[in-house]
Design a protein around this ligand. Structure first.
Ligand SMILES: [Zn+2]
Length: 485
């Protein structure tokens, strides 16, 4: 599991190495160098309050195409560029003994760069952290599901007191703009803190001409597969890319890339898109409310509905950042709204979107996540059955699942979450766009945005720096969340 490459023979390793393109050899060299550096540098003592300074993995720095976290199990096979060479970025156990076990506060840190084939369970075995500890962490992660999307290049930091060897803290470093720290609060429990940095967004115009189809032409021009899918999803109601797009049609896309401390985090966003086909022109502009509009200000997607159900059901538990969990008895954020639905109730997507995650979690049960346009995401937990696949395009009102009672649950219900800009908000109260067009009061701001984006669409391959346009969230931030910049 952890080191499944042991099975690999030296011969095949040699063959692989010989046939690696130059880029991969470079990657191996960089990784090996990182491994050596890490071996020399760690473990280092860090106090609980000190902010860790994680070294950015070379994979993070050079893979700006990853827009969405993907499950390590489902997508591992796609990560073919990972060199199958045993790396010693893992700190040898005996190094720990070199440290002087002095004060209570002294914390040992170990840093693990996730590689293809790694599982949390395997890592916990390897570091002797205990499977029980992992279960306490997964329990804390039920309301976040961040550990569900571990993928190669992510970094884990294990921190523990030298005396006890008990895990005190685990940090998941997704990228420089997104970290989660799990802290032990009792012998059998952890809580978490999400640390998000906005950094700076730089936009770049990507343009191209259709050769055979939009997907391949967009990727040749520099978009990732996921970004090409986003563009087709944005235009799904007015443009059938497989039928009406022809050779010679052109497109321009303004893509925004997040940078923190001058390094790309891998997070990207489509700010505007334009497709020109003969006499027709199709445009999409992302507005501050998180939706895409055409240049006249008409929304390209239907407004989100408040609830994901065909009729109204009793709310059995409300969104509450400080809820006492009905099963564990501990205070933990309840990041969604629970509806008392009998098992088998149809769950409807609250908006047009793309299915970004489908999974089965020990505590959250069968779950589903949908991304709606630029800034909204919805999640549906404890499902009985899921009716859509990851990557599928869904419409508002479409049946996506049947509610159930899977995972840790006191009875059949549907747990529904709404996220704005990566943060859970109260789905019953959050400000969500309800109309089909830009309102009168926002019109001048919108038109200014259209003018600014159009000038970028007209000037291909120009990179512009800009600060993030933040969307107002009329919700109290969770106390477990902290925003830094
Ligand atoms: Zn719930």
């Amino acid at each position: 599991m952890l080191f499944n490459n042991k099975k690999q023979t030296f011969k095949s390793l040699l063959e692989q190495t010989l046939y690696f393109p130059y880029r991969h050899l470079m990657l191996i060299a960089v990784l090996a160098l990182t491994a050596i550096t890490l071996w020399l540098d760690t473990p280092e003592d860090v106090s609980h309050t000190q902010a860790p300074k994680p070294t950015v993995s070379p994979q993070i720095a050079i893979s700006p195409e990853k827009t969405e976290p993907i499950s390590i199990d489902e997508e591992a096979s796609k990560e073919v560029h990972e060199p199958k060479i045993e790396l010693t970025e893992v700190v040898p156990q005996e190094k720990k003994e070199d440290k002087v076990a002095a004060q209570e506060k002294v914390v040992i840190q170990e840093k693990i760069v996730i590689r293809k084939g790694d599982t949390l369970s395997g890592l916990f075995d390897h570091y002797n952290l205990g499977q029980a500890t992992l279960i306490y962490l997964l329990s804390a992660d039920e309301s976040l599901l961040a550990l569900e999307t571990l993928q190669p290049g992510h970094i884990l930091f294990f921190r523990y007191k030298e005396k006890t060897q008990d895990l005190e803290e685990m940090e998941l470093y997704i990228h420089a703009g997104h970290r989660v720290v799990y802290r032990r609060i009792a012998a059998d429990a952890f809580n978490y803190e999400t640390i998000i940095r906005e950094g700076e967004w730089r936009s770049k115009t990507i343009s191209g001409k259709i050769e055979s189809n939009f997907y391949s032409s967009a990727q040749r021009a520099g978009l990732t597969e996921a970004e090409a899918a986003t563009v087709t999803q944005i235009f799904q109601d007015q443009l059938d890319f497989s039928r009406v797009i022809r050779k010679g049609d052109t497109f321009q896309i303004v893509r925004n890339v997040q940078f923190i401390d001058d390094l790309p985090t891998g997070q990207t966003r489509i700010d505007s898109a334009r497709v020109q086909r003969r006499a027709y022109e199709h445009t999409a502009f992302l507005f501050q409310d998180g939706r895409y509009y055409d240049k006249q200000g008409k929304s390209l997607a239907r407004a989100l509905t408040r609830t994901p159900l065909g009729k109204s059901y009793r709310i059995s538990s409300r969104f509450n950042p400080k809820r006492v969990h009905p099963i564990t008895g501990r205070v933990a954020p309840h990041n969604g709204t629970d509806f008392a639905t009998p098992t088998g109730t149809k769950v409807l997507s609250t908006g047009d979107g793309i299915v970004t995650r489908v999974g089965n979690h020990r505590f959250a049960g069968r779950y589903l996540e949908i991304k709606h346009g630029g800034r909204f995401k919805t999640r549906y937990l404890h499902l009985h059955r899921i009716l859509v696949r990851k990557g599928a395009s869904v419409k508002r009102g479409q049946a996506i699942a049947l509610s159930g009672n899977t995972g840790r649950s006191t009875g059949p219900h549907l747990h529904f979450e709404l996220h704005i800009n990566g943060r859970p908000v109260n789905p019953m109260k959050a400000k969500i766009p309800r109309t089909q067009s830009i309102s009168k009061k926002d019109r001048s701001i919108f038109l200014a945005r259209v003018a600014q984006q159009t000038s970028l669409l007209d000037a291909p391959n120009k990179t512009t720096k800009q600060k993030t346009t933040k969307i107002a969230i009329n919700e109290t931030q969770q106390n477990t969340n902290k925003k830094t910049n």
